[in-house]
Design a binder for this molecule. Structure first.
Ligand SMILES: *Cc1c(COP(=O)(O)O)cnc(C)c1O
Ligand code: SF4
Length: 357
């Protein structure tokens, strides 16, 4: 996750001379993202007084224009807007909400690599994201100390080579698709040379919030790589799946990528059975299997997104009764020190966590 003091994405990837013809479209779109709440509200025709906005949030605002175009004009309660608009309530301290709710700060095996679960290693490839989701547990994550520099990348590869039980690498972040095609292609190639690796997974919100990112070059890298590739996208509301997005998803599928989706259950965004049912239906239509429905990580600043326990259960019962089983995402919670994400309603306290650090 980036924060205002951290990285200005545009400044990093656009040469000082301004945009050149070589600047990929997606990087250009990124440089045009909304970063000031007032500009976004003006664009949507919403009075700033109608909503308690925080205009100097510690975790800055970032909203690609294409995503803003899917919001309803004039509606301060729009579920897409709610995910990204900094509110004053973020600065209210709420008991039980902390800065490191899932214990990731303690779990680094080597810098930039999390090996919490058996067989899978998660790599923090970059701290940057194309959109800043207000509920994100990474909003307080000190990425400047935790992302892989070229030298650290060598150390990550060495770690992976030395651990033959790891058969799946997850590129995460931030958002791994913020890396350019050349770098990503090089990394994918190096990973595919590790003999015990079988699967390459990417966790990315870019296919949804910046579909321009799915370039022909990226599709080629994915098609050519002999590791089985899995892309876990992140959509929370059916309206995020525009036809531009679903077109790119189809192209990814054609390139042999297995597509999954993870969502976060968020008050005022998708805490209605009908919305979640429609989301699953639309995902399936686009060739994406619903994977996880995460309960909110109790991260400081996100308390206004929490859904009450009783409501969670009635929502999920609704999904179970209205959808075919294969379209129901697993309802999970991440708890520090456990061996897997925890299916809600199960007690995993007897399970021995897999943690080798
Ligand atoms: C979520 C997560 C994974 C992947 O878990 P799955 O249940 O396989 O999706 C792997 N490593 C870390 C550190 C994670 O947080
Ligand atoms: S939820 Fe994903 S895309 Fe959104 S800010 Fe967090 S890491 Fe970035």
């Amino acid at each position: 996750m980036t924060s205002s003091r951290n990285i200005s994405i545009a400044a990093h990837i656009i040469p000082e001379s301004g945009l050149t013809l070589q600047t990929p479209l997606w990087q250009q779109a990124l440089s045009e993202a909304f970063t000031r709440p007032k500009a976004l509200l003006d664009y949507l025709g919403i009075e700033q007084d109608s909503i308690p906005v925080e205009s100097s949030a510690e975790f800055s605002m970032r909203v690609p224009r294409g995503f803003a175009d899917l919001m309803r004009r004039g509606d301060p309660g729009d579920p897409l807007l709610r995910q990204v608009l900094p509110l004053q309530s973020e600065s209210v301290h709420v008991q039980g909400f902390s800065r490191n709710p899932v214990g990731d700060l303690e779990a680094h095996a080597v810098t930039g690599l999390l090996h919490k679960y058996h067989g899978r290693a998660l790599l923090i490839t970059t701290g940057a994201c194309a959109i800043h989701c207000r509920y994100c547990f990474r909003r307080h994550y000190p990425y400047e100390n935790a992302s892989a520099t070229p030298r650290q990348w060598e150390a990550l590869l060495a770690y992976l080579r030395e651990h033959p039980t790891i058969n799946e690498v997850i590129l995460s972040g931030g958002d791994p698709l913020m890396l350019d095609d050349e770098k990503l292609g090089r990394w994918m190639q190096q990973l595919s040379e590790i003999p015990h690796l079988q699967r390459l997974r990417l966790h990315s919100r870019l296919p949804v919030v910046l579909p321009e990112r799915i370039t022909p070059e990226l599709l080629t890298h994915l098609r050519k790589n002999h590791l089985k590739s899995v892309l876990v996208i992140h959509a929370n509301h059916p309206r995020e799946l525009s036809c531009r997005v679903t077109g790119k998803l189809k192209a990814l599928q054609k390139a042999g990528v297995l597509l999954l989706n993870q969502s976060v259950l968020l008050r005022g965004v998708n805490d209605q059975t009908a919305v979640l049912v429609e989301l699953s239906e639309r995902l399936f239509e686009a060739g994406v299997m619903p994977y996880y429905l995460h309960l909110l990580d109790r991260v400081e600043g996100a308390a206004h997104f929490e859904v009450e326990q009783a409501r969670i259960h009635s929502l999920y019962s609704g999904l179970l009764s209205q959808l075919p089983g294969y379209m129901v995402p697993k309802l999970v919670r991440e708890t520090a020190g456990e061996a897997s994400k925890r299916p809600e309603g199960f007690d995993l306290s007897e399970q021995k966590p897999h943690c080798i650090t």
